[in-house]
Design a protein around this ligand. Structure first.
Ligand SMILES: Cc1cc2nc3c(=O)[nH]c(=O)nc-3n(C[C@H](O)[C@H](O)[C@H](O)COP(=O)(O)O)c2cc1C
Length: 136
């Protein structure tokens, strides 16, 4: 497991959208945009699945993911293992959260699944000498 620092968590929260990459069992990559994301703790990210298609297929056959996010010149990459929840407190809370967002935005959003990413590795993607360096 790898722990996010306060700086990494602040940047993750600040960015409205992050990139989420998955891969099929055969190694075909896929990357999507994610706006509905939360930090559960220093080692755990939650994403609401509303529209996953290839992403969900990939997670079912290869439950690993990478997330990248950045602001100006500073960026991080989180890698981790994934579990997909369709019941239980985290699932229920995510449904309520997205129902609230849907009401506020007057959009027909529905959370189908809570996708839990347990962070195993953290890298810097900031350009320069530390680019690509593992930091946790
Ligand atoms: C700005 C933006 C934010 C998005 N946020 C989410 C999200 O939080 N949850 C979700 O399920 N899909 C979200 N999507 C849709 C996914 O990026 C993607 O279209 C969907 O997973 C289908 O692609 P796939 O077949 O590669 O999985 C968002 C798309 C955009 C452009």
């Amino acid at each position: 497991m790898a722990r996010m620092t306060e700086k990494i968590k602040e940047l993750f929260k600040k960015r409205p959208v992050v990139s989420l990459a998955t891969a099929s069992k055969g190694g075909i990559p896929n990357v999507v945009a994610i706006g509905a994301k939360k930090i559960l703790d220093d080692e755990t990210i939650l994403v609401s699945d509303q529209y996953f298609d290839k992403t969900l297929s990939n997670l079912r056959e290869n439950p690993t993911a990478a997330i990248a996010f950045w602001d100006k010149n500073e960026g991080y990459q989180l890698k981790g293992t994934v579990t997909v929840e369709t019941s239980g407190p985290r699932y229920e809370e995510t449904v309520r959260w997205i129902d609230d967002v849907a009401r506020q935005l007057e959009l027909p959003l529905k959370s189908k699944r809570a996708v839990i990413i347990t962070i195993t590795e953290i890298y810097s993607i900031t350009p320069g000498g530390s680019a690509g360096r593992r930091i946790a």
